[in-house]
Design a protein around this ligand. Structure first.
Ligand code: SF4
Ligand code: SF4
Length: 328
């Protein structure tokens, strides 16, 4: 049996347990988690790129607020912020950068990233590799003369700088809301440039809106996992390493995830619209969304993906045999 099939079997076991035996407990825990999540904010892009000085306290701003900033080849600090930068790559960054370099995501991950855990959520992510033994050297994509060699597909974290982005779930709101903050680091002369713009205009100019849209599900998972962590993990248990590995696969390597979907029991386990199945063969963005939906379901039992009826019936039948009524 392949590892993929084994992993899927493990998920089935997890689902049976969560569906049939602990529904009430989950409801209670989910309510408690939602309480813990209220008003919790989480940095998504921290807006600090090279902490060689003490950044001025970030200022929280709305998308309609204006700020003065411009970055261009003529600034005295050209490329300084592309050294020793701490850049978490989002799932959509990896798709865009792999395509830019015409390599597979697996190769991209191996050559240009280092694995890391997302602060707060304890979930695995990939960070952009910086050169030098201490990781304080130039970004692997930086050319001293030309600047960023992948500019058209640069990561969203690079696009946002010097803004940070965070999400917060407000009381009574269904989903998290985004807000922004401006970070002024000592080395960055861009703040002295006379270009006044709103946050909204800056985001448009930097092309971050498409990235935010594509990465939304990933951000929601990380935010939820951060709030679960306060309670010791989803459903009161620590996320198993195998589940973390699957999260990493689904959120960093779209080709590996496609292989998993089409070559494991995934499609005979989950109910996916046949038209969508065909699109998933070639559409990376739809596949990414499926990965987010699947992980939301696996990690916190969200109703984002459905089991096939026959799989559900089998699970119920097996649970009745294993735990007959009145057996205590
Ligand atoms: S990807 Fe480009 S913009 Fe981002 S740190 Fe590297 S060189 Fe700089
Ligand atoms: S102005 Fe700021 S963002 Fe632009 S190169 Fe200089 S340090 Fe980097």
């Amino acid at each position: 049996m392949s590892d993929d099939k084994k992993s899927l079997k493990d998920i089935d076991e997890l689902k049976k347990e969560t569906m049939l035996e602990h529904a009430n407990r989950l409801d209670e825990e989910d309510r408690a988690r939602r309480e813990a999540e209220k008003d919790m904010d989480m940095d998504i892009f921290d807006g600090v790129r090279s902490s060689d000085g003490n950044p001025v306290q970030p200022v929280k701003i709305k998308s309609t607020d204006n700020f003065c900033f411009n970055c261009h080849k003529g600034v005295s600090c050209w490329n300084v912020c592309c050294h020793g930068a701490d850049i978490t790559l989002t799932p959509f960054d990896i798709i865009r950068l792999s395509k830019n370099l015409t390599i597979k995501p697996a190769e991209f991950l191996q050559l240009f990233t280092i694995p890391a855990m997302w602060h707060g959520a304890d979930m695995p992510v990939a960070k952009l590799r910086m050169s030098g033994k201490d990781g304080k050297g130039a970004c692997v994509f930086m050319d001293e003369e030309e600047g960023c060699t992948v500019y058209e597909d640069r990561p969203v974290n690079c696009r946002y700088y010097p803004l940070g982005m965070a999400a917060v779930r407000m009381k009574g709101a269904e989903g998290p809301e985004d807000f922004f903050f401006l970070v002024k680091e000592d080395h960055c002369q861009g703040h002295e440039e006379p270009k006044d713009q709103s946050v909204g205009d800056f985001r448009k100019e930097q092309g971050v809106e498409a990235y935010d849209e594509q990465n939304r599900g990933w951000v929601e998972i990380l935010m939820k996992m951060s709030s679960w962590k306060v309670m010791g993990g989803p459903n009161g248990t620590v996320v198993p390493d195998k589940t973390k590995q699957m999260f990493f696969m689904a959120t960093t390597d779209v080709e590996m995830f496609r292989k998993f979907v089409f070559e494991s029991k995934f499609l005979t386990t989950y109910l996916i619209d046949p038209e969508l199945v065909e699109e998933l063969r070639t559409d990376d963005e739809l596949l990414l969304k499926l990965g987010f939906d699947w992980m939301k379901n696996v990690l916190s039992n969200d109703p984002t993906i459905k089991l096939r009826q026959e799989v559900l019936n089998d699970a119920i039948g097996k649970a009745r045999v294993d735990h007959p009524r009145g057996a205590g």
